[in-house]
Ligand binder design. Structure first.
Ligand SMILES: CC(C)(COP(=O)(O)OP(=O)(O)OC[C@H]1O[C@@H](n2cnc3c(N)ncnc32)[C@H](O)[C@@H]1OP(=O)(O)O)[C@@H](O)C(=O)NCCC(=O)NCCS
Length: 165
């Protein structure tokens, strides 16, 4: 997967570019204000540090819509016969405009090109919107992981089987 692939989303264009320190700072501050991160008490500083991190096998990208910063996606490659979508956050001003959908398509196409058999992601049990979003795009629930992030909450593990392989 390359950092500057383009996916046309009529009438807008969505691009995925390597994260910069400035984008990580801005995204971290904004996304810490919304669930699931607000519910888990992530601070803007913690999220910004995560998004700015450099880690082999876990690429961080900023999502750009018509040249405007719109979100972040982090992909952990080679998880279970396919990559794990570790982080997807779209800024509220861009919700329900197809940006998340573009990000999933880009993730799926890049993973297929790399020979993956599966896509993986988790969503918190209280995050009904994200669960609906992943199910809408072909992910199926395969398990519940209690207390993964904190006691009293669970993460739902979703899998999408790819046709190749
Ligand atoms: C979940 C999220 C990534 C979806 O991104 P988005 O750009 O708003 O979603 P899209 O516009 O591409 O939605 C595509 C379809 O998914 C479904 N969907 C998306 N958000 C939904 C929601 N909150 N509730 C129900 N269905 C939803 C709908 O079917 C939607 O199509 P429609 O708008 O024509 O009805 C985004 O809302 C987000 O970043 N939320 C906060 C962080 C988060 O929950 N991240 C994911 C888990 S870590």
């Amino acid at each position: 997967m390359t950092g500057a692939d383009r996916l046309p989303v009529s009438p807008r264009a969505v691009t995925f570019e390597p994260m910069t320190a400035e984008a990580a700072q801005s995204l971290g501050e904004a996304l810490a204000q919304i669930d699931p991160w607000a519910r888990y008490d992530y601070t803007g500083k913690t999220l910004a540090a995560f998004l700015a991190g450099e880690e082999p096998g876990a690429q961080r990208f900023q999502i750009i819509v018509d040249r405007v910063l719109a979100g972040a996606i982090v992909i952990r490659s080679n998880w279970l016969r396919g990559p794990y979508l570790q982080f997807l956050g779209i800024l509220p001003a861009f919700h329900r405009q197809g940006v998340g959908r573009s990000a999933l398509l880009w993730f799926e196409r890049g993973s297929e090109a790399g020979g993956a058999r599966n896509l993986w992601v988790v969503a918190s049990d209280f995050n009904g919107g994200a669960q609906a979003f992943y199910e809408r795009h072909g992910f199926a629930r395969v398990g519940i992981i209690d207390g993964l992030v904190t006691e009293g909450a669970a993460e739902i593990l979703f899998r999408k089987r790819l046709r190749i392989g």
